[in-house]
Design a protein around this ligand. Structure first.
Ligand code: FES
Length: 201
């Protein structure tokens, strides 16, 4: 694993020396490959979970450091108690990546209280949710088969996919009906009445 991480770091150092335009193409290519990999992992896990007796095998597999890091990167498992209580940085190339820019996402008033607003930020369909002081931004694509979630029922900080009924916590992105599955959660903050989003990749 150390050799693989070292090779990734070596390649990232090369890209860092490229012109901004070339580096942006390389980052976009990496993001596209990662999106494809993440979708494949999601489908793989959903298919495994449908088979009786596979849950214990999946739990055992997640004890492997690399398997854990990759599944965390794609938001497919929750943080382990150890990570939650004493966060340990993952190897840099495996850490959850975010775009550096905070992008405008409308105003706070456009998000109904205890409701959602569907929009597209930087080409990414997202859901903005607020309830009192709580505000979040999650991907607007069900982790099951990618169906848009914005037609789903929203209640008590959760949304239910209108297609097959997966339910999600809108604050954490966690799936409440299929443990180990989650929506991607984007960074969100407020400046005055403006909402800004930083996309997680
Ligand atoms: S697409 Fe199947 S539950 Fe959402």
């Amino acid at each position: 694993m150390d050799a693989l991480v070292a090779e990734l770091e070596r390649l990232e150092a090369i890209v860092a020396g490229w012109s901004p335009a070339d580096a942006a193409v390389a980052r976009a290519y990496r993001a596209a490959v990662e999106d494809l990999n993440g979708e494949a992992f999601r489908r793989f896990i959903i298919a495994l979970r449908a088979e009786p007796g596979t849950f214990s095998a999946m739990r055992a597999a997640v004890r492997d450091e690399l398997v854990y890091a990759i599944l965390r990167r794609y938001g497919l498992i929750k943080p382990s108690p150890q990570e939650a209580s004493a966060p340990v940085p993952l190897p840099r190339p495996l850490a959850p990546a975010q775009t550096s820019a905070w992008l405008p996402a409308g105003t706070l008033r456009e998000i109904p209280e205890d409701g959602i607003r569907a929009t597209t930020i930087g080409g990414e369909p997202v859901l903005l949710w607020r309830s009192g002081a709580a505000l979040s931004c999650v991907q607007n694509a069900c982790a099951h088969q990618g169906f848009p979630l914005d037609g789903g029922i929203v209640a008590d900080g959760t949304i239910v996919c209108p297609r097959d009924g997966f339910a999600y916590d809108l604050a954490s992105g966690d799936c409440l009906t299929a443990p180990g599955v989650a929506l991607r959660v984007h960074g969100v903050r407020v400046a005055g009445d403006d909402v800004l989003v930083r996309l997680a990749r």
